[in-house]
Design a protein around this ligand. Sequence first.
Ligand SMILES: [Zn+2]
Length: 163
Amino acid sequence: MEKGKDYCRLIEKNLEIQQQKINPKDYKFYLVGRFLQYARHVEKYADSCVECNNFKSDIVHVTSNLENYLNRSKTNKQEYEMISDKIFSHLSKNHGIKPSNYYTSLYSVFGILAGGFLGLLLSYLFYNGFSKLILFVLLIGFLVGNILGYRKDKKLRTNNLQL
Ligand SMILES: [Zn+2]
């Protein structure tokens, strides 16, 4: 199996060839481009992680047979998604790799929920019912979550831990 840049170049080439055979909508919907990102990351960990090392051949197989996976039956598509999910969840759980904006979205939602709850509590405490305070605290929650999440995503980006 090729190593380092040669390996990634092989995957890139596979995708270029297969891209012409796949419906552009499917290419986008099934996040085919992610396989190049997978390749870059598993190559990085292949020497120290058995699973990543095994994924290398899976990625070669999928990227050179995309038309068989995506242009045929539903079962083939499901199989494709299963492989993609398996690699994705391994990279996420074992190596802390996340899609871009992962924490920004996650923390924003947390912020809205926490802000909404706190706002409701304060509003009942100070105004004995609903008030504009709820919306105000909710907005602050969103902003805080958004900023903290953005910072965390930025850190992942600088450490090359993003898909
Ligand atoms: Zn691994």
